[in-house]
Design a protein. Structure first.
Length: 417
């Protein structure tokens, strides 16, 4: 095949479904069928496909200017989006660096953290701490920060890993003893190695690609304190969790914690264009000020702050705010919780729900073989990650559509033998 697909053994890949158009939550296939997209095209298409207001904003911008280099030039969509992101993200994140994908946004965050310590004269603080099950993207430094998995296994011999620590067990409402065990591991690590550590990067509240694993906000509060005490920069990777997915505009809000650096992507541009933003607090930003290039952030993706991407992001945020999306997401959560109660089976190990995310952990991945095709036959597009059967629908999904998506999951599980 000429077209090389992601995360696939091309030798035996099934022919993928061909999509002709998208409208609202529906993917219209070339063969005439329509499927409800239960996973928002990798969690990005939060307003559904072909949203009239977003389309109109983009058409207007494309007639104005489609692209500009940010080197030496600026434009209103970029400054307006930077202002907006500073306004809506956790307090203290006052500076925005744009890039073109979540992985690159993570690279920028890690470069910021490592160079920050060098710039202020603390040599040797270069290592990264991250969480088991974490996923931060597919580029090299992002792979180093991610847990060992199918995504990284081909490169283990060339990855210079830092430290991996265990997130707390017990879910969102974990017993404090469980949180304490995980915090103590970090305390022990910092006590011994803080002078080598630049940053602690994690996905706050829920680790998505790593298996939809939810953990206690208490952990984030404790880690924030430890990071401050031991001079370790705290990075929240909100590429998956940002823009309402967990029921708060950003997952950091569950803990009331502001990181030093935060990365957003995916839903930033509502699935229209590849873009990401790395936000930093003023302490980090000030660490890059000086008289020459030596302390400057020497990074500049060609398409950073692309005017179309900034325009679509601004419109998306406006829609989230104007239409009370956070309460819509609370409704979605309620429905998922209720419907999941009806799904019981010896093949289920655990179910987890937060915001507009519902995940069913099966006993193994084998019981999901063939699920994709089954779901498509029932009019639903879902794509399990390993043994995790999950939905992350567009926020505009109607109740009956949501019931259809969850119903397909239930039907499949019911018929397992
Ligand atoms: C998807 C994802 C990334 C990578 O983003 P890309 O746009 O695919 O490069 C990074 N971090 C998290 C948490 C993600 O879910």
């Amino acid at each position: 095949m000429k077209l090389w697909f992601p995360y696939k053994q091309m030798q035996n890949m099934e022919v993928p479904l061909e999509v002709d158009s998208g409208r609202g939550v529906y993917l219209n296939l070339s063969d005439g069928r329509s499927l409800i997209d239960g996973i928002s095209s990798w969690w990005a298409v939060i307003h559904g496909y072909s949203h009239p207001e977003i389309n109109a904003a983009l058409k207007q911008q494309v007639d104005q200017v489609a692209h500009l280099m940010l080197g030496g030039l600026s434009h209103k969509p970029a400054t307006a989006l930077a202002d907006k992101l500073c306004e809506i993200t956790p307090i203290g994140l006052n500076h925005v660096f744009f890039s073109d994908s979540g992985s690159v946004g993570v690279e920028v965050a890690l470069k910021m953290a490592i160079q920050f310590w060098k710039n202020i004269g603390k040599v040797g603080k270069t290592k990264i701490v991250s969480l088991k099950n974490g996923y931060h993207g597919d580029t090299f430094k992002a792979m180093e920060a991610s847990d060992d998995s199918d995504f990284t296994s081909a490169f283990e011999t060339v990855l210079h890993r830092g430290f991996l620590v265990q997130p707390p067990d017990g879910g969102y409402y974990a017993h404090e003893k469980l949180v304490e065990i995980a915090v103590n591991e970090v305390l022990a690590l910092f006590t011994k190695h803080a002078n080598e550590i630049a940053c602690f990067i994690l996905e706050p509240i829920i680790q998505c690609a790593g298996g939809m694993i939810i953990y206690s906000p208490e952990y984030l509060r404790a880690i924030k304190k430890l990071c401050e005490k031991y001079e370790v920069l705290l990075i929240f990777d909100e590429v998956a969790t940002g823009f309402g997915r967990t029921g708060k505009l950003f997952a950091a809000e569950h803990a009331g914690v502001s990181p030093d650096i935060m990365v957003v992507g995916k839903a930033l541009t509502a699935g229209y264009l590849g873009h990401a933003a790395t936000l930093a607090n003023t302490m980090v930003y000030n660490g890059f000020l000086g008289r020459n290039y030596e302390t400057a952030l020497m990074h500049g993706p060609t398409f950073m702050a692309n005017p179309l991407a900034c325009t679509v992001a601004l419109k998306s945020i406006e829609l989230i705010q104007k239409h009370g999306y956070i309460s819509k997401i609370a409704e979605i959560e309620k429905i998922i919780v209720e419907e999941f109660k009806k799904i019981t089976s010896p093949f289920i190990k655990d179910t987890r729900v937060i915001g507009a995310i519902g995940a069913i952990e099966m006993v193994n991945a084998e019981v999901l073989i063939g699920f994709n095709n089954y779901a498509a036959e029932q009019g639903v597009w879902l794509r399990p990650i390993g043994k995790i059967l999950y939905l992350m629908p567009p926020y505009v999904i109607e109740k009956n559509e949501l019931l259809q998506v969850i119903g397909v999951m239930n039907q499949w599980i019911k018929h397992l033998k």
